[in-house]
Design a protein around this ligand. Structure first.
Ligand SMILES: [Zn+2]
Length: 388
């Protein structure tokens, strides 16, 4: 197509039209603001002076006569909740709900907000009722997510499974979470001495998520409780193909079984094999302690220094200093202790478990992060700060 120069004439015309449109808009806005009732500014003033109580009263009165301030009430309620003034947020949203003229979507939004208020106040039963009432509405999915939070906090794992199944889609399959919920149920059944139920829950956990390490961990414990030694070994060894980083968690338990069966060398060979394939600090400690126990301190120290050459690590160095201090002359021992203290002081955070999601650190391993509530977010080896 040929370019026609006369089109250029149109550009100034378009600009002029745009300018005019903007002016009309501004005039419209100015006209609107002039019609805002005086009480609006009075309320705003209370709010700016942090006299939120008085502001609430003013805005509630305003909302009675001016339907357009409904959105303002929502914003205020949200503000109160964020500030931790839960009672005021609840009052605001309850007053909103009393209004007969609310459109259905506004009523749903008020129920949703009130649900969040109750949740923050720890009144889970009331929050649950409100979120459940939103089924089939445009806010149903958000309400389900909050219900999932409530059921997890209340440890109602069966209901949590139902909700997670409803929520699952291609972007979030909830496999990890559902498998963890089954593991929680299995643990609970095991505590109540119901091994049959516990096993069924573990099967469901593995059916949901075949790489659920925790299910095999618990299964091994169940087998041990019934003295099914070989079955326990089988369950725990499966963890290698699920996620080898979790092996150090079961290695000690595996060794206990081998020792009980009188297969001491077989046990040692197994954990040494794991260490050769997956050099992890916890496995290194375990093999070292075993050599110390069965072969003496010299062999153990030699083993450690060889391992450190192969796979250098700060935590391994601490262990080596520790091991050399055992049985050393007093002067040498105090030197080694000082070196160990210096290294430890500078690497304290390494000897902890980390949440891969929020960075929370702890001496203990958690399946459910106490800081960010994520499942299986703790890295299974101490000192790790990111997944392998
Ligand atoms: Zn976390």
């Amino acid at each position: 197509m040929e370019f026609e120069a006369w089109w250029l004439v149109l550009f100034p015309v378009f600009f002029a039209l745009g300018w005019l449109a903007a002016r009309i808009d501004i005039k419209h806005v100015l006209a609107d603001s002039k019609s805002l009732p005086q009480a609006y500014f009075k309320g705003l003033n209370f709010l700016l002076n942090e006299q939120t109580d008085k502001a609430v009263e003013v805005y509630v009165d305003l909302a009675r006569n001016h339907a357009e301030t409904i959105e303002l009430q929502f914003a205020l309620g949200h503000l109160f909740r964020r500030k931790g003034e839960i009672e005021r947020a609840i009052r605001m949203h309850q007053k909103l709900l009393e209004r007969a003229e609310l459109k259905p979507e506004q009523r749903h939004a008020a129920q949703y907000e009130l649900g969040l208020d109750f949740m923050k106040a720890g009144l889970f039963d009331r929050a649950e009722e409100l979120f459940e009432s939103l089924e089939g509405t445009e806010l149903a999915r958000g309400a389900l997510r909050h219900l999932l939070d409530i059921y997890q906090q209340e440890k109602e794992w069966k209901r949590a499974i139902e909700v997670a199944q409803q929520l699952r889609d291609t972007s979030h399959t909830y496999q990890h979470e559902i498998a963890e919920f089954y593991c929680e149920l299995a643990n609970h059944a095991a505590i109540k001495s119901q091994p049959k139920e516990a096993r069924q829950f573990l099967q469901q956990a593995l059916a949901e998520h075949r790489k659920c390490v925790r299910a095999n961990l618990i299964l091994g414990d169940l087998e041990v409780a019934e003295q099914n030694w070989m079955e326990a070994i089988d369950a725990w060894q499966k963890i290698e193909s699920q996620d080898h980083r979790y092996l150090p968690m079961v290695a000690k338990r595996l060794l206990d079984i081998y020792d009980r069966l009188g297969k001491i060398e077989e046990g040692t060979a197994l954990v040494r094999g794991y260490l050769a394939t997956y050099p992890e600090l916890d496995m290194l400690e375990l093999v070292h302690d075993r050599i110390l126990q069965y072969e003496g301190s010299e062999s153990a120290a030699n083993f450690l220094s060889e391992e450190l050459k192969r796979s250098p690590s700060i935590l391994g160095l601490i262990k080596l200093l520790d091991s050399q201090a055992v049985g050393a002359q007093p002067e040498r021992k105090s030197e080694l202790d000082l070196m160990k203290k210096l290294v430890q002081d500078n690497t304290r955070s390494l000897a902890m478990y980390h949440c891969g999601r929020c960075g929370f650190k702890a001496r203990q391993y958690f399946w459910h992060c106490p800081a960010c509530n994520e499942w299986e977010s703790f890295l299974p080896s101490r000192g790790q700060t990111r997944p392998n």
